[in-house]
Design a protein around this ligand. Structure first.
Ligand code: ATP
Length: 249
């Protein structure tokens, strides 16, 4: 059974249809990329799946509809997200940041969800520092670790590589892949770093103007002419992406 099924997912903001009748599934134990130009609806899709905006259509977790569940019930069921803008608590240490999310079942072999999450992201050394003391790259890893401490079954990451250089992004990708390959969580990864997405994802979903325009394994998506036109093309106005070959239109 699929871990997550989206069926006709639609989100409207006034006259704007930010997510337009989107359907796809995420299988357990996979790392799925979600890409598309700025404004394509990627963050809104995460908002809808986590219960932070109202939507039409149906969202199922393990075959059960969660569409009417409030956000806190979804997070308790294991649907956990990060934010594009980090949202770390600046007056709490890294350890205290993780403690706000930690759930006992996320403790791994040691039974300590905070220590386990910090170790999995290689940031245990930063436990007693404050977010303002960290490099941007480390702060990004801490934000992922904080989400991991909540014991996600589905971890939705909103541009975790934003602001990272190519090497940091590659290292992040290896850590995410490792979390999936060791059965810790399933991941939906939104990012504009096309190299990261192409290198680590099993499957990629592509949005444009709220609609799903393509999906499949990285090789197929890279060669899809509609994706090239909407996102991966040679548009000279495209945003540069760290280490990537593509850009945001
Ligand atoms: P980016 O890559 O820039 O983060 P995105 O693919 O995540 O973009 P969204 O942020 O989901 O795109 O935005 C989708 C559309 O919905 C855009 O047209 C955006 O302007 C609009 N939108 C998003 N949030 C709101 C809101 N709270 N109120 C009104 N319109 C919104």
């Amino acid at each position: 059974m699929s871990l997550l099924e989206l069926d006709g997912l639609t989100v409207r903001y006034g006259g704007v249809t930010a997510v337009d009748n989107v359907g796809f599934t995420i299988e357990p134990g996979t790392l799925v990329g979600l890409i598309g130009p700025n404004g394509a609806g990627k963050t809104t899709l995460i908002d809808a799946v986590t219960g932070m905006v109202k939507c039409g259509g149906d969202i199922r977790l393990d075959g059960q509809s969660v569409t009417d569940w409030p956000a806190h019930r979804r997070s308790r069921a294991g649907i956990i997200r990060t934010f594009q803008s980090l949202e770390l608590f600046m007056e709490l240490t890294v350890r205290e940041n993780l403690q706000t999310y930690a759930r006992p079942h996320a403790g791994g072999p040691s039974g300590d969800p905070v220590g386990y999450a910090l170790e999995r992201l290689d940031v245990a050394w930063a436990a007693d520092t404050y977010p303002s003391e960290l490099s941007h790259g480390t702060a990004r890893l801490v934000s992922v670790a904080r989400a991991l401490a909540a014991g996600p079954r589905l971890l939705l990451l909103d541009e975790p590589a934003a602001g990272l250089d190519a090497q940091e992004s590659q290292a992040l990708g290896a850590k995410l892949r490792n979390l999936v390959d060791t059965g810790v969580t399933t991941i939906l990864l939104v990012d504009h770093d096309v190299d990261l997405i192409m290198n680590v994802c099993d499957d990629i979903q592509v949005l444009d103007f709220g609609k799903r325009i393509a999906s499949g394994p990285p090789s197929a998506v890279r060669e899809n002419p509609e994706v090239a036109r909407a996102y991966l093309g040679t548009d000279t106005s495209a945003e540069p992406v760290s280490g990537g070959t593509g850009g945001a239109a």
